[in-house]
Design a protein around this ligand. Structure first.
Ligand code: 16G
Length: 246
């Protein structure tokens, strides 16, 4: 019984392997269901279950009455380096773009606001808030919310925020982030965010919060939604040298 249950996983694994080894490129059409039934000697329901798993994992997408196709590969992001979105895209050879959704000055009243605490600001201090849709190769990838302490970046809103990298603008002000603390959570997207990112409501995403510092001074608070089907994080792990008694 256990063997039968895992047949669909073996089929999914074999197709996944073809995709990862690039034997099937992005948007290539998968063999039809009857072909897969023949190739794997499995029941049609089992093949369908394998395809459903691959679709769920974001490796393929289906077009009704046409077939299944290979999805765009995920973009690897190294977590041991501090990258701006622009640098990260250029590193991968993808053309970055931005659409500004909101750009405004804000005053945060609540002394308990994580934004004020993270940026070490007093209540009612002025911050710049920019909400952008970040695109790579014309495809929406991230909804990015950035807050900066206004006092450190005079005239910030007058910059061309669609064309310029915010980290470049921060660099011009002598406050380019040099390190950051980041948290990541898995979430499902609400209809409004899903629409912006061009995915179905309820699709998965990474919610990333970042506090960036320039030589120890907090200069950015960011809340970003990264599309779950296009993002993969990679981190290098080392063994902790200390003994457990320390
Ligand atoms: C990245 C940062 C974000 C920063 C942005 C600047 C993460 C999780 N977030 O998206 O905090 O505001 O880059 O990008 O990496 P830019 O310089 O291209 O405007």
């Amino acid at each position: 019984m256990q063997k039968n249950q895992s047949v669909y996983l073996d089929i999914a694994e074999s197709i996944r392997n073809d995709i990862e080894k690039r034997r099937l490129g992005a948007h290539a059409r998968l063999p039809s269901e009857p072909e897969l039934v023949r190739r794997f000697g499995a029941a049609r329901a089992t093949v369908r279950r394998a395809l459903a798993k691959l679709q769920n994992d974001g490796l393929i997408y289906s077009r009704r009455a046409v077939g299944s196709f290979v999805a765009e590969p995920r973009i690897d992001q190294d977590l041991d380096q501090l990258f701006s979105f622009t640098e990260f895209m250029v590193y991968h050879g993808i053309k970055p773009a931005s659409k500004v959704i909101t750009a405004e000055a804000q005053r945060i009243d609540s002394p308990d606001s994580p934004l004020l605490r993270s940026l070490a600001l007093r209540p009612r201090a002025k911050v710049w808030h920019v909400r952008r849709l970040r695109l790579g190769g014309k495809q929406p990838l991230v909804i990015a919310n950035t807050w900066l302490p206004a006092a450190r970046f005079p005239g910030f809103l007058a910059q061309d925020l669609e064309r310029r990298s915010i980290y470049d603008i921060m660099n011009d002000a002598g406050c380019k982030p040099t390190d950051a603390i980041q948290t990541m959570e898995a979430i499902t997207l609400a209809p409004q965010e899903a629409k912006l990112l061009d995915v179905a409501p309820g699709s998965s995403a990474f919610l990333i919060r970042r506090v960036a510092y320039s030589q120890g001074i907090p200069v950015e608070y960011a809340v970003d939604y990264y599309r779950g089907d296009r993002t993969k994080f990679r981190v290098r792990l080392g063994v902790l040298e200390r003994s457990h008694q320390d």
